[in-house]
Design a protein around this ligand. Structure first.
Ligand code: FCB
Length: 469
């Protein structure tokens, strides 16, 4: 069935600085926690680092050409904090700011709306050395950084997104340690949750003041958590994981308070005294749009105390759990099919998530800021990449967005993850998410079949089932 999206629905693609830019030591860029982490033996698959990545720092103009050619209305990129303010405080680096200024002007010149994320995980190493996100001062430094970039780029940026997936920064960075900086400190992870939220509020107020015409957003990786059975114990497991994964952010951001059950569930780990009077008010700065990243679903059950433990949460394996205070919850494998990340493919989860947000926060516009899939792509002798499974994934998820809109959800746009193959964090270059293939030996860009298909969607707003191969 052909589905027609409304006029003005925004089709875009997304990337992140450390995943594509490379040029890790050029033009005054300082080290970030991901430089340190990826250069530490054993932390990333094959010891891959973002030193060169997709070389976007040098090839940005060519990449803008691809964005224009795809007919995209918007491009979501992130600003590397250590490129524009190398030590995370004090002086700004002109060359770094100029890079993003050229990028923004290049987008505007091609009629593409710039959507800038202030933080997609590359914290300046100096700030980590001073305590990182568990330290309150990092949030204050973030406000100053936000003021510097908003002053430089202002309302040439259409939408400012403060954070990408603070869940990952806090729980994977400081809980399970599978992301930079690789710390495993349960109380520190919860303090990081709060300081990331606080930094969002502080930076959001900076945007309001310095770029009143720009839109303000934050991007969350909300979890669609389902119970393994109808038991009360499994329902409670869902509640606990929903608190850690979703309401730890939605609560203060949208309702001005942390949920009471979250504080109670984690009371053995921390008394949350790092939340000071007035913080929750600061965090609840009104948003213009909420960014939603979606890939798959989560299946949980209450551990019965006897069975073998199962930690299949899709977030990498570690002896330390990212699920602070929820040691009695198991994460079960889910029915396939799966992507190359091992994530189950479940488009209905996206419809469900959008409708939940619509129900709980009516009037808040939503934007899909990431959705996509890694598969083991092959370049065929005709020089093409017939990525049928990615194409099918994208088709079914865009259709799921349309289904949520039919049921009333106010969704304004969709950004495919990702424009280019890139450095997939702990998985290095082994997992390819791009609709454009990057040959890492030559840096040649090759449009996969999904890119050709996406251009059709972006230029017509008509979702057609992929043609059979
Ligand atoms: C998200 C990240 C993004 C990318 C995708 C696959 O969690 O925001 O950088 O790694 O997953």
């Amino acid at each position: 069935m052909t589905r027609v999206f409304p006029e003005g629905f925004v089709w875009g693609s997304a990337t992140a600085s450390y995943q594509i830019e490379g040029a890790a030591t050029e033009d005054g860029r300082g080290p970030s926690i991901w430089d340190t982490y990826s250069h530490t033996p054993g932390r990333t698959l094959n010891g891959d680092t973002g030193d060169v990545a997709a070389d976007h720092y040098h090839r940005w103009a060519e990449d803008l050409g691809h964005i224009a050619e795809l007919g995209l209305a918007a491009y979501r990129f992130s600003i590397s904090w250590p490129r524009v303010q190398p030590g995370g405080s004090g002086a700004f680096n002109r060359a770094g700011l100029d890079f993003y200024s050229r990028l923004v002007d290049g987008l505007l010149g091609r009629g593409v709306r710039p959507v800038a994320t202030m933080y997609h995980w590359d914290l300046p190493q100096e700030l980590e050395d001073a305590g990182g996100w568990p330290a309150r001062d990092t949030a204050l430094r973030f406000r100053d950084y936000a003021a510097g970039i908003v002053e430089a780029l202002g309302d040439r940026v259409h939408t400012w997104t403060t954070f990408n997936e603070p869940w990952c920064s806090a729980y994977l960075g400081y809980g399970s340690g599978v992301h930079a900086p690789g710390r495993t400190e349960p109380a520190g992870a919860l303090a990081a949750v709060h300081h990331l939220n606080l930094a969002h509020g502080l930076a959001g107020r900076v945007v309001r003041e310095l770029a009143p015409a720009a839109e303000l957003s934050v991007t969350l990786n909300l979890h669609v958590v389902r119970p393994a059975s109808g038991s009360a114990a499994d329902a409670d497991a869902v509640r606990r994981i929903d608190a850690l994964a979703n309401r730890a952010f939605l609560g203060p951001l949208l309702d001005g308070a942390y949920p009471a059950d979250l504080l109670a569930d984690t009371a053995k780990v921390t008394d949350w005294s790092f939340v000071r009077d007035g913080d929750e008010r600061t965090i609840a700065v009104p948003l213009d749009v909420l960014g939603v990243n979606y890939y798959s679903t989560t299946l949980v059950r209450a551990w019965d105390g006897v069975s073998a433990r199962s930690d299949n949460d899709g977030h990498g394996s570690s002896a330390h759990t990212p699920w602070i205070g929820a040691d009695d919850v198991d994460f079960l494998p889910q029915p396939g099919p799966y992507t190359a990340m091992g994530w189950n493919i479940e488009p209905a989860g996206l419809t469900e998530l959008l409708l939940r947000l619509h129900r709980e926060h009516p009037g808040l516009p939503l934007m899909i800021t990431e959705n996509g899939a890694a598969f083991d792509d092959v370049v065929t002798p005709d020089g093409r990449v017939h990525d049928d499974r990615r194409l099918d994934y994208l088709y079914r998820h865009v259709d799921a967005v349309g289904a949520a809109m039919d049921a009333g959800a106010d969704v304004r746009g969709y950004f495919v993850w990702s424009l280019l193959d890139n450095f997939e964090w702990a998985w290095g270059y082994d997992r390819r998410f791009g609709i454009i293939r990057v040959d890492y030996d030559t840096q040649e860009r090759i449009w996969k079949d999904s890119a050709h298909w996406y251009r059709g969607l972006a230029t017509t707003g008509r979702l057609e089932p992929p043609a059979p191969a």
